[in-house]
Design a protein around this ligand. Sequence first.
Ligand code: CS2
Length: 485
Amino acid sequence: MPVVTRLPSTRAAPEIGIVHLGLGAFHRAHQAVYLQRHLNRHGQSDWGLCSANLRSNRTLVDQLRAQDGRYHVAEYRDREQVTLREIGVLRQALYVGEGGHDLELLLQRMAAPQTRIVTLTVTEKGYCLSPATGQLRMEDPAIAHDIAHPQAPRTAPGIVLEALRLRRAAGIAAFTVLCCDNMPDNGQRTRQAVSALAALQDQGLAQWVNEQVAFPGCMVDRIVPAMDGESFTRLEQQLDCHDRAAVVCESFSQWVIEDHFPLGRPDWELEGVQMVADVRPFETMKLRMLNGSHSLLAYVGLLVGHDLVFDAINDADLAHFIERYMTQEAAPTLDMPAGIDLVLYAHDLKARFANDSLQHRLRQIAMDGSQKLPQRWLLGAQQLLDDGRGIACIALGIAAWIHYCTQPLPGGSTQVIDDPLNATFADLAGRFEGASLVGAFLDLDEVFPAVLSARPAFRDAVQGAYGALVRDGMGSLLRTFAAHH
Ligand code: CS2
């Protein structure tokens, strides 16, 4: 049984100053925890949360409402030590997806002068941008809907824009928009989504958005596996925590934020948040080192029969492969400020992946690959090729991804591919095989930027890796990698 430190919340009820879109496990275990620590420190605060789910998980919203917004975060350092934190900073939980009627409440809350920051964790696909180019996907039916019905928006950019329109009409200054999703230059990407949508609706509003709204970027980091039945049982049995809105996560947490909040912000730095002028180096480091390794562990690990992250990293051959990726294909593409030691960072990442108190499923990481690969692997691959370096690990990762998206896993288990492009993958798998299948994947211009997919060195590397994978099997390829390490 682990040693449990219990941290109750103060009973104070903070004013709502932040509206959040995307009330998933990550938000509850990351941004909410920083705001909770802020509240506990000051005893009272103007930075309470109103958080909304846009598409999924109405049950969670109902659960949270029944608990008056209170829930627990179990932060596992390892199997022996865990901190159970009570969160009381969530003042309002809303659901605006199908069957939800809270859109009006949400927009009113966003338009209220007390709301000074709007944060988002709606996952990469929630911004409706092309992953390869960062441009708004105007052909997306949800975007088409928001263009036709701006006052009843369904997408995150549409909701942000409508709330800004209401503020402008009422003469209230714009809130600051803080994207907390794992995208490159995430503040700029979010600006791009909102302002491209505005330009399609109302030029005056578009200009106001461009001039008045701050979109600082940030890097967020905490490993928060999706909750399942087993995790709830463990919380009940080990921690005597009977809370269906609880989340489990690692004890590590990091937040680096570009300090640009015209209407003010919580004094986050007291809680260990790094407030910086330029967040991009941190963001790129995290996307390529942590998320890039995660995606490799997922596709390669699933093909050799692993299920969980810690199983995958405890496989010596796979651990060597990840080590090689980090040192030879991720770190060399990074240009970090003084004081950041990438060797140490890589070492700490491996220790975090090996945390066996987290049931982090590789399949969870494998979902939405089309949205994740560009920033995790492809921008780096482009840079490596420009510098005359090899991309063996990334090429094998892409080959594994194509395999995963088109063929059953070892042991014959058929997986449902959870990706906005899954219909396209199924179509390609039905029409092509072998090298032509790989070629067709590399031609998906939503995923692969044209400058990369046009490079023979890139195509050859992926074709070579896929051929070897089909011929020798992933296990044997990993052994060869390890032998040459
Ligand atoms: C993971 C991330 O699911 C995924 O794609 O790589 O959710 C990862 O756990 C977080 O970014 C860690 O901060």
